[in-house]
Design a binder for this molecule. Structure first.
Ligand SMILES: [Zn+2]
Length: 74
């Protein structure tokens, strides 16, 4: 049996399985923390905004000015 430090259970990074760092618990590093965050973040987004297609561009100018055609004639 190995002695446990401070009696605290050595957390395991849920991403890579390494020993979690105290600064990034329960992850081992910021990298893994970001990965986990992005995972549920992207999942949430997929549910929230899915039907909405990415194409919110403004409509092109309808009034098409024709050059060369003089309208003002008197
Ligand atoms: Zn990790």
């Amino acid at each position: 049996m190995s002695a446990t430090p401070s009696g605290a259970k050595p957390l395991r990074c849920p991403i890579c399985g390494k020993e979690a760092a105290e600064a990034y618990r329960p992850f081992c590093s910021k990298r893994c923390a970001d990965i986990d965050l992005a995972r549920w973040f992207t999942g949430s987004y997929a549910i929230a905004g899915r039907d909405d297609d990415d194409g919110d561009n403004a409509t092109p100018s309808e009034n098409d000015k024709r050059s060369g055609d003089e309208d003002d004639g008197g």
